[in-house]
Design a protein around this ligand. Structure first.
Ligand code: GDP
Length: 524
């Protein structure tokens, strides 16, 4: 099949939502539609499959957060869906930002009772940076919540995006009877979930169908009036506005009951964009170009505890991947033969034979691949826009057993490759300083060091308040490094970082060294 055709069939997206809105449940149910009834490590593990999970997955479960993000690929009707999981907890937002650089659209899940919540607002801002088209699923209609009309107003006011209802709920909570599809003119009656199977309530053609009155009683007439009102008062779906990120199609349902999701998936199939090209430092790369290009947006160590490997997730931007092909790892200027890339079909790891634009493949990483790296078939390209944020919190790693120094260094380096934490080595001592955006990261790292590297270590306070990457003329940088030795360090990529004890100190330093730039976000 031609490259263009295969690529046009891809739908690559991530779910954005506030914790507890139902992201995990939606993910699980979507996988059911793809016939991919696999609930391994990727989706936050539920009661049933505890046995297979590591200690640190247990930690996730106890805290009710999903730390590890991964990739699930499954076919749906005529398309191949690539669903990228994003960690829900705030402390892992950097990772989430980077995952969002690898998608072409996003699904926003909102709890009908809670409406628009903080985390959704933040994630929406990120989507806006790249004008990512957004589909919306309003979840938990089987419970009492806000009036759907009010909820759409809230989304429009708070998130500044027009809402086009695609389906409309018939009642809610105890009176929840189903949904009406405004464009197909069909009513699907609500049937509570039957175990893990995808349930389908009766489908009734036409809003005027007397069968509705028979089954819904007075709610049938209420529905007709409401639909009239909604058609008059809300936006109509407009593909162009949707693709421009200015309008979101809205679907209603109940994820836990597997209800309303099929309509949503149909929306993805029909409207969500096929893989888009990406900007590089030198030119725009179109998804239909023949030659393979891709960028690494995520690295995960020890994904499979049995294998102790590190996987770099690469989004294919253009071209076709074939097992055994040679790719240029642009940053280090080396050709590498990629024989054992992993795909994530049905959430099971398999060796990838072929992959197309929009797909994610996992490359085995032995420490040479970094987040943001570009791979090509020879061209000197560097994809842009994959951020690395300055950490806000710093701790010094304190070893219990000094003999384990080597293992500690290895563990901290490898875990920092994942991008959630950053490792700094001061120039004038042998400390290992870990920076993170959220406090929970230190606990996660300590736990993983124990589980995965057999190192017991504590993280203790250190006199660092903020970090800035230092950029400028070489001579000036050398002068600077010599002068402020006690406050400079190298990051994992050997880039110079100013680790400031206070904000005031940072301001003073910035004034004192006008030829240097102190940047908070290092683009990989
Ligand atoms: P996440 O934190 O966004 O991943 O949310 P989860 O998928 O873990 O869901 C949070 C809670 O809401 C869980 O207890 C779910 O069982 C529950 N939940 C999810 N979908 C629904 C729904 O449609 N109706 C109801 N009543 N509860 C739901």
């Amino acid at each position: 099949m031609s490259l263009q055709l295969e690529s046009s069939k891809r739908r690559t997206f991530a779910i954005i939502s506030h914790p507890d809105a139902g992201k995990t449940t939606v993910t699980e149910k979507l996988l059911l539609y793809g016939g991919a009834i696999q609930m391994a490590g990727a989706v936050k593990s539920r009661k049933t499959d505890r046995g297979a999970t590591s200690d640190w997955m247990k930690m996730e479960q106890e805290r009710g957060i999903s730390v590890a993000s991964s990739v699930m690929q499954f076919p749906y009707k005529n398309v191949m869906i690539n669903l990228l999981d994003t960690p829900g907890h705030e402390d892992f937002s950097e990772d989430t930002y980077r995952v969002l650089t690898a998608v072409d659209s996003a699904l926003m899940v909102i709890d009908v009772a809670k409406g628009v919540e903080d985390r959704t607002i933040k994630l929406m801002e990120v989507c806006r940076l790249r004008t990512t088209p957004i589909l919306t699923f309003i979840n938990k209609l089987d419970r009492e919540g806000k009036e759907p009309i009010d909820l759409l107003d809230e989304v429009e006011d708070v998130l500044k995006i027009a809402c086009a209802p695609m389906t409309w709920p018939i009642g809610m909570g105890k009176r929840f009877k189903g949904i009406y599809h405004l464009y197909n003119d069909t009513v699907r009656l609500f049937a509570a979930a039957d175990g893990q199977r995808a349930t389908e309530g009766e489908l009734i053609e036409g809003l005027d169908n007397p069968r509705l009155d028979e089954l819904l009683g007075s709610q049938a007439e209420e529905l007709r009036e409401e639909v009239d009102l909604v058609r008059g008062a809300s936006h109509e779906f407009d593909l162009e506005l949707f693709l421009a990120g200015e309008l979101t199609p809205v679907f209603f349902g109940s994820a836990v009951n597997n209800f309303g999701l099929q309509e949503l998936l149909d929306g993805f199939e029909m409207y969500a964009p096929a893989p888009k090209g990406r900007e590089t430092e030198s030119r725009f790369v179109d998804a239909n170009e023949e030659k393979l290009t891709g960028f690494v947006f995520k690295i995960q160590a020890n994904m499979d505890p049995a294998h102790r490997d590190r996987v770099a997730f690469m989004r294919i931007v253009s071209g076709k991947y074939e097992s055994g092909m040679k790719l240029k790892h642009v940053r280090i200027g080396k050709d590498v033969k990629i024989a054992k890339a992993i795909t994530f079909l049905a959430n099971k790891r398999e060796q990838a034979e072929v992959a197309y634009p929009g797909d994610i493949i996992g490359l085995h990483n032995h420490g040479t691949i970094k987040i943001g790296d570009t791979f090509t078939q020879g061209e000197e390209l560097k994809f842009t826009g994959i951020p690395n944020f300055a950490p806000e919190l710093f701790r010094r790693a304190q070893l219990k057993d000094p003999m384990k120094m080597k293992a500690l260094q290895k563990g901290l380096t490898q875990l920092s490759e994942e991008g959630a934490t950053q490792l700094f080595r001061p120039v004038n001592n042998n400390d290992l300083i870990l920076g993170a955006v959220g406090i929970l990261q230190f606990e996660v790292v300590a736990q993983r060091l124990k589980d995965e590297y057999n190192v017991t270590c504590m993280f203790e306070p250190v006199n660092v308040n903020t970090a800035r990457w230092v950029i400028g003329p070489k001579a000036e940088i050398e002068k600077f490094t010599a002068k402020v030795r006690e406050n400079v360090a190298y990051d994992a990529a050997d880039q110079l970082v100013y680790i400031a004890p206070t904000r005031v100190n940072l301001n003073l330093t910035e004034e004192r060294w006008p030829e240097l730039q102190f940047v908070a976000t290092r683009e990989h």
